[in-house]
Ligand binder design. Sequence first.
Ligand code: HEM
Ligand code: HEM
Ligand SMILES: [Fe+2]
Length: 479
Amino acid sequence: MLTSIKTNNFDGCKSKELGMMYFRVAIVLFGAQLIMGLIAAIQFVVPGFLFEILDFSVARMVHINALVIWMLYAMIGSVYYLMPDETGIETVGIGIGKLAFWVLTLAVSIVVLVYIFVQVGAGTEFSIWFIHEGREYLEAPRWADIGITIVVLTFYANVFLTFMKGKRTGIMMVLVADLMALSGLYLAGMFFTDNISMDQFWWWWVIHLWVEATWEVFVGALAAYALIKILGAKREIVEMWLWIEVLMLFGSGILGLGHHYFWIGTPEYWWEIGALFSALEPVPLVAMFVHVFYDWGKENGIAIAKGEKPTEMKNSPAITWILLNAFGNFLGAGVWGFFHTLPQVNIYTHGTQFTAAHGHLAFFGAYATILIAMMYIGLQGAHGIEKLKSTFSSKMAAILISFGVMGMTIALTTAGYEQILVERAELGATWNAYFTAQNLPWYIQAQAWRAVMGVITLIGFVFLVWDMLNIDKRKTQKI
Ligand code: HEM
Ligand code: HEM
Ligand SMILES: [Fe+2]
């Protein structure tokens, strides 16, 4: 991957090169995310680990912020990568796009170093501007917030202007509309209020309306592009699905926001709104699942059933990750999300390890998977490989990472279940009950298992990077 810039086969297409630059930073940040997660997981088992050097609060903060940032990088990379294919032209402002990339990367590096070395500051305006904002997932200090906004504006201008100038496919149309909403929502997490309920109210606009509306639509568009590119799926079919998904995702996801307003001091009518609309959210996720398998079946299964030659699959590692995406999105967001989305259930599960179980499987299943698939598509292009086959390491990566994340999810679900029964239902959710539940064997063992599964995930990641770095050696597949 690191060498791909030299060996790129994009016929001088600068937009794809820029996409690859974003992918490279994304994978590095992904690695950083996993290491920080592992440190935090060890701290659950050995509380004194790195005490006062890198406390749990800091490791956790870097873990989840790196998560959000690497995904945004990979998303921007994917758009720069697919845009020339979809619009049929080179991206209009490549120079400014590259400049924005460097500015963003410099800003992210400074922010991460401050998180790790400065860690916390006094509860003053200075800390908000220069250390971090203290808002889960979106901790970037104010100066970086403003920088990110400017960089994203240049990115959006590039997407919009290229779209206007080039061919206007359905996929591009969805992306242009979706990215406007996605970028705009970031602003909701940028202003600070002294009232914690109000602060949380707006903060959820970013987090929930990202992951359950705009990001989902975004990955729908990526899946559509990837299925056309890898399986040669019919554009009319994938785009039809895409429009249905857009309608359903926005239809349920926007008011589904209410499931975060149950207990933060907002009016009680949110119980009904949140219950109804969030309960509908799994429906589009089923549609996305069916969509991938329908196209897959149409292009392959039906042909095989008829005794014809199946369509040639042009990128097996990418297709593996797309299938993992279909399952993962449905399970992590749809099933694990639905479990705790009704207020009658959420009153017991709120903020337990069950939430963390859902958070892991959903972020991984819905986003990490498809973004890895996009990286493989990028690498295939960069090396000019007609047919990219799976290798031992690409398979090990997919197996170990999925197994590890699923294992962590099961461990955390077990820990959460114990908290729900003992701490909440039986002991009445008191302060003492919280600690009693955390000291029972099921909880402790579950946390140990999570750490073990985290190590497996990390080993899988090493295989992934190894595979990506060695794609060059597969030149034999070049036609
Ligand atoms: C890919 C999509 C999704 C992602 C990435 C995601 C991720 C997350 C994360 C990280 C949290 C924890 C937030 C925190 O730190 O407080 C959370 C909370 C929650 N999610 Fe999701 N989620 C997704 C989709 C869904 C869906 C479709 C549903 C419902 C059907 C759902 C239901 C919930 C609920 C009820 C909570 C609150 C849990 C609590 O009260 O502690 N999520 N989600
Ligand atoms: C080496 C593997 C990993 C380990 C050991 C790990 C560990 C952890 C730990 C200890 C926390 C803090 C939980 C808490 O506050 O109770 C956490 C939070 C989180 N991690 Fe991971 N993690 C790993 C990989 C991942 C991956 C691959 C993703 C998603 C793609 C992810 C997404 C999250 C999210 C969204 C949260 C916040 C959850 C919440 O607040 O409910 N992690 N992780
Ligand atoms: Fe939500």
